[in-house]
Design a protein around this ligand. Structure first.
Ligand SMILES: [Zn+2]
Length: 256
């Protein structure tokens, strides 16, 4: 690591992974390359607002975390669970770093659609929600339930922030045959996006119909589960957390 400046072990570690990167303090600090300082400040502000909203909605404090805003040229060096680097442009949460990290690409993959004034916040808050949810062990669940919570939490935070969520939803390409539960684990980035957009529509509609309290109920119910959550149990957990009329409402939704 050579003549790296920095008095703490952590600063050295960051410098070792991403040489020349700087660090912006905040509730979720952001490590970034000097030419992306403005983007780092935006991310820092979004993370601060998102952490406050998610703490309130879930009734838990924010997890110890930092964000790595990574230049495209450095994507191959990011911390990750696997040997191989992840596809470029896809943000992710990883516990392979200490503290755990939200890895944010300089250039977001073109798979992210639609692009509106809400896209950036939705993407960052989705990954932040994963970090909140993984602070306690989560049971294995169907893919749709695993992604429903972060999608709906990011939608709830976006509504709170007054960002144009409605316009964002209107711009989604509809795949009439795609439902939340038809999605398997393996999928290309475009399929993954279509799936996430169906979840976003369903989650936003649920928040509008039932309020955001069910998100806390559902998260705490999942944290309390000890066994693998199968399809039937997953549907029951979601319906019960919505409250009276939840089961009927879910059955009436084309996304489900
Ligand atoms: Zn996710």
């Amino acid at each position: 690591m050579g003549n790296v400046a920095g008095s703490t072990v952590r600063e050295r570690r960051e410098a070792a992974i991403l040489p020349g990167y700087e660090r912006l303090g905040g509730p979720v600090p952001v490590v970034y390359p000097p030419n992306l300082r403005e983007r780092a400040a935006e991310a820092r502000d979004l993370l601060e607002a998102g952490a406050a909203a998610l703490s309130e909605i879930l009734g838990v404090g924010p997890p110890g975390l930092e964000a790595l805003l990574v230049a495209d040229a450095d994507w191959g060096r990011t911390p990750r669970e696997n040997e191989r680097s992840y596809p470029p442009g896809l943000p992710y949460f990883t516990r392979a770093a200490t503290p755990p990290a939200l890895v944010l690409p300089e250039t977001l993959s073109p798979a992210f659609r639609p692009r509106t004034d809400a896209t950036g916040a939705l993407v960052i808050w989705h990954e932040l929600a994963h970090a909140f949810l993984l602070r306690k062990p989560l049971p294995r669940t169907p893919a749709w339930l695993r992604e429903f919570l972060p999608q709906t939490l990011s939608a709830a935070a976006t509504r709170r922030a007054g960002l144009p969520l409605e316009r964002h939803l209107e711009e989604i390409d509809r795949h009439s045959d795609l439902t939340v539960r038809s999605f398997g684990d393996r999928a290309r980035a475009e399929e993954q996006m279509a799936f996430q957009n169906v979840l976003l529509s369903l989650g936003t509609a649920a928040v509008e119909e039932f309020g955001e309290e069910f998100l806390r109920t559902l998260a705490h119910a999942l944290w309390a589960e000890r066994d693998i959550v199968d399809e039937k149990r997953a549907e029951g957990l979601l319906a019960d957390s919505l409250g009276p009329g939840g089961r009927e409402w879910l059955a009436s939704r084309s996304e489900f």
